[in-house]
Design a protein. Structure first.
Length: 103
């Protein structure tokens, strides 16, 4: 009756599988870097943080579908920036607003 094409679904499943494999490899890289004798602790921490940033961007972007909802994300970020600047301005404006102590 209806012509349902399963191809886009299969592409989405394949994309999620590839992203899952990339996240799993990144996690293994983080664990391996934690146990590897790399010398300085700063090198370990930098490598782990870089892998964690890549993992977080993959999960947020693809698995949470944030890359496809750019307009909504930018709107939320704009409102967040406006409210942050407003609260920062209120804090600066009220910095010298202290009650007068009667002696």
């Amino acid at each position: 009756m209806s012509n349902i094409d399963g191809n886009p679904f299969q592409q989405q499943v394949r994309r999620c599988g590839v992203i899952f494999a990339a996240v799993a490899c990144g996690t293994l890289l983080m664990v391996g870097a934690a146990y590897a004798p790399l010398g300085a602790a700063a090198v370990k921490i930098g490598l782990i943080l870089a892998a964690a940033a890549v993992n977080a961007s993959l999960v947020a972007g693809y698995l949470m579908h944030l890359f496809s909802e750019r307009r909504a994300i930018y709107a939320v970020l704009l409102f967040t920036a406006v409210f942050f600047v407003a609260l920062l301005g209120l804090s600066v404006w009220a910095q010298h607003d202290h009650p007068v102590v009667a002696r």
